[in-house]
Design a protein around this ligand. Sequence first.
Ligand SMILES: [Zn+2]
Length: 435
Amino acid sequence: MRGSRVWAGLLGVEHTTVERVEFDEDAGLLVAHVRPSRSRRGRCGRCGRKSPGYDVGAGRRRWRALDLGTVRAVLEADAPRVRCQEHGVTVALVPWARHGAGHTRFFDDQAAWLAVACSKSAVVALMRIAWRTVGAIITRVCADIDASVDRLAGLRRIGIDEISDKKGHRYLTVVVDHDSRRLVWAAPGRDKATLGTFFDALGPERCAQITHVSADAADWIADVVATRCPQAVRCADAFHVVAWATEALDVVRREVWNEARVLARTEGRRTVGRPRADAPARPGHERARALKHARYALWKNPEDLTEKQAAKLAWIAQTSPKLYRAYLLKEGLRYVFKVKGDEGRQALDRWLAWAARCRIPVFVTLGQRIRKHRATIDATLEHNLSNALIESTNTKIRLLQRVAFGFADAHALIALAMLALSGHKPALPGRTTHG
Ligand SMILES: [Zn+2]
């Protein structure tokens, strides 16, 4: 094997001639001088079409390559420009890097693989790049995968959801496939126009093949779906309906907590130090403190409660009938979606009657809201669309959001979400033939 071929293999480049390699000892940097092989020269960097030369561009350029062992490495080459019929004057294609990239393909691919598999700090430390650079890399890698796979092929039953960041400043609209259980589409924004671009990409023929659409009760989603997929059965996401009940329950918990605090205020302050044995009882203070920490006991599904939380719930049942009633109402609604089908529908009838006369205003309002969306909720109970899918996609994207916080824009977050959740994960470079 000639030296040049060995270097090409080590640097992970194809269709590339390695002219010479030098080691810059001061910088600890290996510099490989390269040029595209004859068949790859004089092509448009964007479409790869053979194009006439234009000028020498900005002269020599460097691309960061994967480290060789522990030594950083770069490729250096001319970056002439060509004039493409379609794209005009643009930098010529180089076989070792994506267009416009400052890193080699292998470098990009490894960074993208790591971004999906590891923590943010591990990627940054191992690859020796800024997190923002990782954002740019995964956006490129995701665009490459987008160009080679049709994510929207064969969609029948889809779920549409909106996801916000913690502060509610930035929104994404996401679409999941209930059958493959994958994320298939995401875009920044949450409005009719945003969702419209999804159905545009799907096209009228494939829109006509959609049989079920699940979504939360947002009118803007319902309106677009009704126009674009009039034939599809519209279902309410059980996840969101149960979340309404959880929110209502928290309103009641705060009310009861505030009542206890008002009572506590009448009890006066306790002096510093251990209270005397005959000190007056302070039920208001105790109630307020206990209720403040009751949130998880009330939120969690009863089968997941710790012993301590179960005890807290029992205490609530004894001391705060209104809050306990609210808890049972929340659980009752969860039960509706657990049993589903006719049994679920009958349970929902009973639940609505119960909510109407429960004398807790937020649950009376919730009952009215559910009546309004009864048709889509019944469809959910009948067609048994997975609620867990939307819930888990939601949770996973929220997790990714935390990781993607340092990215400059929403597109990097979307790229990360697509790479992680769409079923087309980035591959490690150089593993296809030798495993
Ligand atoms: Zn071109």
